[in-house]
Write a protein that binds this ligand. Structure first.
Ligand code: NDP
Length: 276
């Protein structure tokens, strides 16, 4: 087992989040208990789920069965689009499925701009945070326009924006806006959702450090300051993805990786402006 020395990021409300976590998108609900138990054994202490992944129960069970104290864990879940008009009720249900009385981070999963409900949903999350049962609140898949509107209308800056971000889609403009506003960026699909960038540049950097390309990519996320939540069903790959704490990329290696950005052409997922 790798020693757990994951760095933390301090969020804008003073709480801290382990910079390297474990995502469970597309983890089969029936296998989630086993997969998350494996991840906890490997050393992950930050778990990222969502109502729409239908595996909050499995995450909660794994946490309880692991015997790890709740306050040693960081658990994120997300408000699904259909629930934007009833965040308090949806939050209660997520807590019940997780079997916990608080989450560390609660996110609005998508802005769904056509529905025009995300600002009211955000007001709901603000109340949840005031109740103390979400230690921090944030958003996911928000563009600069969505963030500007939330901040202008509520004066509460999200702690986190969890967005698609990987070597092929580096989101420089959004990252720079988030840095100015004190919003931490959390990278989803950090390995390109399995479409791992196999460029010779990355292979050479990986070889120089005696690491694999996926490890080099995860280290890159850490070194540029983002929170990163790779997913794997396989304990060996979970361990590989966690074994990134004993090296660092140089400024010139980070500059080389910056040249691999393909902008919008590199995006795998849905553009949040088009999402409905
Ligand atoms: P990732 O970039 O983490 O890639 C996961 C894929 O990569 C899986 O197919 C996995 O296969 C494979 N993989 C993992 N590690 C390795 C490795 N070392 N070598 C080769 N292949 C590997 O994509 P995700 O979409 O899962 O993103 C991570 C997390 O981000 C999600 O689990 C979820 O928590 C969050 N997310 C949030 C979204 C949002 O809208 N907010 C959207 C999408 C994701 P295998 O399992 O077989 O190892």
């Amino acid at each position: 087992m790798t020693e757990n020395t994951v760095p933390t990021v301090t969020l804008n409300n003073g709480t801290t989040i382990p910079q390297l976590g474990f995502g469970v998108f597309k983890v089969d609900p029936d296998k989630t208990n086993r997969v998350v138990r494996d991840a906890l054994e490997v050393g992950y202490r930050h778990l990222d789920t969502a109502r729409i992944y239908h595996n909050e129960e499995g995450v909660g069970r794994a946490v309880r069965e692991s015997g790890i104290a709740r306050d040693e864990l960081f658990i994120t879940t997300k408000l699904w689009n259909d629930d934007q008009t009833r965040p308090a009720e949806a939050f209660e249900k997520s807590l019940a499925r997780l079997g916990t009385d608080y989450v560390d981070l609660y996110l609005i999963h998508w802005p769904t701009p056509e529905r025009d409900t995300y600002v009211d949903a955000w007001r709901g999350l603000i109340e949840i945070a005031q109740s103390g049962r979400a230690k921090a609140i944030g958003v996911s898949n928000f563009t600069i326009d969505h963030l500007e509107r939330l901040i202008a209308e509520t004066d509460v800056v999200p702690a986190v924006n969890q967005v698609e971000l990987h070597v092929d889609f580096q989101q420089a403009e959004l990252r720079s806006f988030a840095a100015e506003q004190g919003i931490a960026i959390e990278a989803w699909g950090p390995l390109g959702q399995g479409k791992i960038n196999e460029s010779p540049e990355l292979a050479a950097i990986a070889e120089a450090h005696g690491k694999s390309v996926p490890q080099t990519i995860i280290r890159w996320h850490l070194d540029i300051g983002d929170i990163v939540i790779p997913k794997s069903n396989d304990k060996g790959r979970m361990a590989q993805n966690f074994d990134v704490l004993d090296f660092e990329l140089s400024a010139s290696e980070i500059a080389t990786i910056a040249t691999l950005d393909r902008g919008e052409d590199g995006r795998n997922g849905t553009n949040p402006i088009e999402f409905n």
